[in-house]
Design a protein around this ligand. Structure first.
Ligand SMILES: [Zn+2]
Length: 296
């Protein structure tokens, strides 16, 4: 594979001061933050271009689709551990025969991730015994399967997303956490406030890819929205859908609860692009409405 930055059609491959690329590739937001979604747009698609580019970002395949404006669009994920720039590996149709990649560097803004200290039941910070380790590993493997399968699912979502509950954010994505003064981890979701029994709505169309009772996550639902996008709902008191169900935007999928490792009832909401966990609130900064509506 040959890495060529700045092919003729890509201009100089450099960035303007405002972060707008001079290349035929744009993205929204212009400087995505660590742990967020990004929308990639190929500006240069000619009317006759029908072959989508092949692209990879942070090890995940992108799924380009032609919009009503003729441009190819795809979502991608910016890992929380990304450095100042993240290479987008792009293989445009005319370069396919030689498998020639163009590298476009996407600038990444540093996230502000505060530290918080929490007290939970001691069983959630003790070193898991072998039976519990096996259980947690099985749960991770099931979640990993969803992350892989979503790349095979065609896009089910369209238009803007909505919040799953009308809550306020009680703990933001990416925070460092110390449990009971010892265990340290990172908060890979956004917590929304809600009392036990508050309905949880699907933020957009998707298929229920996983329903489980997980050790840390409690009662959990994974929605596969297709084309790489998954959203996850944790600590539910009640699950009102089954694996394989197709859910529509706004449909009630469960109720807020306090199952798993929690300090009280709330909704822990996560989004993933493939295996990359991102802040679900970035669904609202990514111009999701610019994607073509789905055929009825
Ligand atoms: Zn949480």
């Amino acid at each position: 594979m040959l890495f060529v930055a700045g092919m003729a059609l890509m201009g100089a491959g450099t960035l303007h001061a405002q972060g707008e690329p001079t290349t035929g590739v744009r993205w929204f937001p212009t400087a995505p933050v660590q742990g967020s979604l990004v929308q990639i747009v190929i500006e240069r698609a000619a009317p006759a271009d029908t072959i989508p580019p092949i692209a990879t970002l942070a090890g995940q395949p992108l799924h380009f689709e032609r919009g009503i404006d003729g441009r190819f669009r795809a979502l991608g994920g910016i890992p929380i551990g990304s450095r100042a720039t993240l290479p987008l590996l792009l293989q445009l149709p005319e370069a396919r025969r030689e498998a020639r990649d163009t590298v476009v560097r996407i600038p990444v803004a540093a996230g502000e991730f505060a530290m918080e200290r929490l007290a939970v039941e001691p069983q959630f910070v003790a070193r898991p015994d072998s039976a519990l380790t096996a259980r947690i590993d099985r749960e991770r493997a099931r979640a990993g399967t969803v992350s892989r399968q979503t790349h095979e699912t065609s896009r089910l979502w369209s238009g803007d997303f909505r919040l799953p509950v009308d809550g306020r954010v009680t703990s933001s994505f990416g925070r460092g956490r110390e449990f009971n003064g010892t265990l340290q981890s990172r908060h890979m979701g956004t917590d929304l406030s809600g009392q036990t029994g508050t309905p949880v709505h699907a933020p957009n169309r998707g298929v229920v890819a996983l329903v489980g009772d997980f050790y840390y996550a409690g009662n959990v639902v994974y929605l596969d929205h297709g084309a790489g996008l998954v959203t996850v709902y944790m600590h539910l008191s009640k699950v009102l859908v089954a694996e394989g169900d197709t859910v529509e935007t706004g449909q009630i999928i469960g109720e807020v609860g306090a199952t798993g490792r929690v300090t009280g009832p709330h909704l822990h909401w996560t989004a993933r692009y493939g295996s990359i966990s991102v802040d679900p609130l970035s669904l609202f900064d990514t111009e999701m409405g610019a994607f073509a509506p789905l055929a009825p």
